[in-house]
Design a protein around this ligand. Structure first.
Ligand SMILES: [Fe+2]
Ligand SMILES: [Fe+2]
Length: 406
């Protein structure tokens, strides 16, 4: 029986790492060939700095021309409308009933594949081969695989050892912006780089995007990395923050950006948060080490700057202080702090209704109620709160202006 691998992705543009992944899987799994299949661009991505489908496919074709067993495939691009992985794999299996299809995915994607659209159809039509980064996460990965198998007995999942390089499209864009083509050639195959130069792709930097394009770009990026429920929460915070910004005269665009990005580091586990902070020289307090769930505010601010290319310090600080607040918060910081607590997806917690009721009348009072609620909640669980939350509460209490009620 023939064995083929499918490696999907935006390929915007193809990286050397993609090629290395495909070759590694081909050899490790004994595949006849691997199809690198660019995904369609949802219509709303159109102007968000993503290269056109034809260019992404052409770059891939040129880069794979002289590599045995790797092929660029326009299968997904040719399909009508927006397509889900489950539909693509079902259609492909129908066309190739005598072929074993291996769907190649990263370790991060495997953690959520059971939340994708029609996971049973995915498992029924393909074997899943997940690239495993090594011993550090092996335990977590194996646990996830057995939990998937419990729910979907048909799921056939194998792992492929793969040491990933730290490559991202944004690092590539940085290099192009800086005019460092030599460094870019270490990341991007030569053929793709020639295509980029010839067609003038990626010359517009993120900061030249309109506000609307920028929001779409960030939303797509965050969607790709957060689990679906966390992504929904981030959208909720973004829209709630926008409403509060309208009410209180803050910058609506900044509120939306800070809202969508505020939990962008939340996909890292507790151990990873600590390790990442240490590696990047981000100082942690004792409370943060004892309760690593708080750290994502600091790592998130770091990502916002470095990965999402946000330069505005107001937005960065709103992300930085969204978990604990701080004394004398700016209007935007206060808005994100509150929106995070009361956005529409939040499950009902005691006091939430009164906070939602008061927040459009007196923002400070709502912020104070949120601090009190958080402190009471942590107390009931026997968790020592971050000192900063107490300081935020005390400051708000001292400066509360009841007359601000409208
Ligand atoms: Fe958060
Ligand atoms: Fe949040």
């Amino acid at each position: 029986m023939n064995k083929i691998g499918i490696l999907g992705g935006t390929f915007d543009p193809v990286h050397k790492t993609h090629i290395k992944m495909a070759l590694t899987a081909k050899e490790y799994l004994g595949l006849d060939k691997v199809l690198l299949m660019p995904s369609k661009k949802p219509p709303h991505k159109f102007d968000a700095g993503i290269a056109p489908e034809e260019d992404r496919l052409n770059m891939l074709k040129a880069s794979l021309e002289n590599i045995d067993g790797l092929e660029a495939s326009d299968y997904e691009l040719k399909r009508d409308g927006f397509t889900y992985t489950a539909d693509t794999l079902s259609a492909l299996k129908k066309e190739l009933p005598d072929t074993d299809i291996y769907f190649l995915i990263g370790e991060d994607s495997l953690m959520y594949i059971d939340e994708w659209y029609k996971p049973d159809a995915i498992f029924a039509n393909a074997r899943i081969a997940a690239f495993a980064r090594g011993t550090k996460s092996e335990h977590k990965l194996n646990e996830k695989i057995s939990s998937i198998r419990n729910v979907f007995p048909a799921a056939d999942i194998v792992t492929v050892p793969f040491e990933a390089d730290d490559v991202s499209s944004s690092s590539f864009r940085e290099l192009i912006k800086a005019g460092d083509l030599k460094k870019a050639s270490e990341i991007i195959p030569k053929e793709a780089l020639d295509y980029i130069s010839k067609h003038g792709l990626y010359s517009g930097s993120a900061d030249k995007l309109s506000n609307q394009e920028q929001i779409l770009r960030l939303t797509e990026m965050v969607k790709g990395i957060l689990k679906p429920s966390r992504f929904e929460h981030s959208l909720g915070v973004s829209y709630t923050a926008a409403s509060l910004a309208m009410r209180y005269g803050a910058d609506v665009y900044k509120a939306r950006v800070a809202g969508i990005l505020h939990d962008c580091a939340k996909y890292l586990s507790d151990d990873e948060q600590i390790a990442f902070a240490k590696e990047k020289g981000i100082e942690l307090t004792e409370a943060e080490i004892a309760n690593p769930a708080l750290i994502h505010a600091k790592t998130g601010a770091y990502f916002a700057k470095v990965k999402y290319e946000i330069e505005d310090p107001e937005i960065i600080n709103a992300i930085r202080y969204h978990t604990t607040g701080k004394e004398d918060m700016t209007l935007l910081e206060k808005i994100i702090f509150c929106a995070d607590y009361m956005e529409p997806n939040r499950k009902s917690i005691p006091g939430l209704d009164s906070i939602r009721n008061i927040i459009f009348k007196n923002l400070d009072k709502a912020a104070l109620m949120i601090c009190d609620n958080t402190l009471n909640y942590l107390d009931s669980l026997g968790i020592v709160p971050d000192e900063q939350t107490k300081k935020t509460r005390d400051y708000l209490k001292e400066h509360l202006d009841d007359k601000a009620d409208v």
